[in-house]
Design a protein around this ligand. Sequence first.
Ligand code: DHK
Length: 163
Amino acid sequence: MPDPGPEAGVPHGRATTVLVLNGPNLGRLGSREPEIYGSATLADIAAACAELGAELGLKVDVRQTDDEAELVGWVHEAAELRLPIVLNPAAFTHYSYALRDALAMRTAPLVEVHLSNPAARESFRHTSVVAGVADGTIAGFGQQSYLLALRAVASLLSGRTLG
Ligand code: DHK
């Protein structure tokens, strides 16, 4: 793959692409334990992300997979192209060192999101192996978690987050 150059992923004059990546079982949102994950489908979340992305000047590319290797491949793509990531790793959050190591290679912003608040659930959900390589984590706000994460990415890209 050719060198994407220092401005890759953050071009001038056109929208930056943000990958919104979703791990296992999130394709079942809407019917999956709605009392925990809400009634919005992943398509609903994708539409809301696209709408907010347009406001923020971000092009949003929403993907979901149940396959760890595919998710790791998408993170490699983001690392190569220096694309920011909003990531709901789902159950991979709690044990995928392969995903964490892939994420550690990237340089553009990374915001971890969860629909539910894992800290308030079963103890196996209290550990995130991803959190330590993310810029930050947003959890517990249903589909709003994704929208808050997009705002965080926009803020990180503009260099205003810690102001
Ligand atoms: C989604 C999952 O699938 C769980 O495995 C995580 C996360 C929590 C969420 O709240 O979005 O533990």
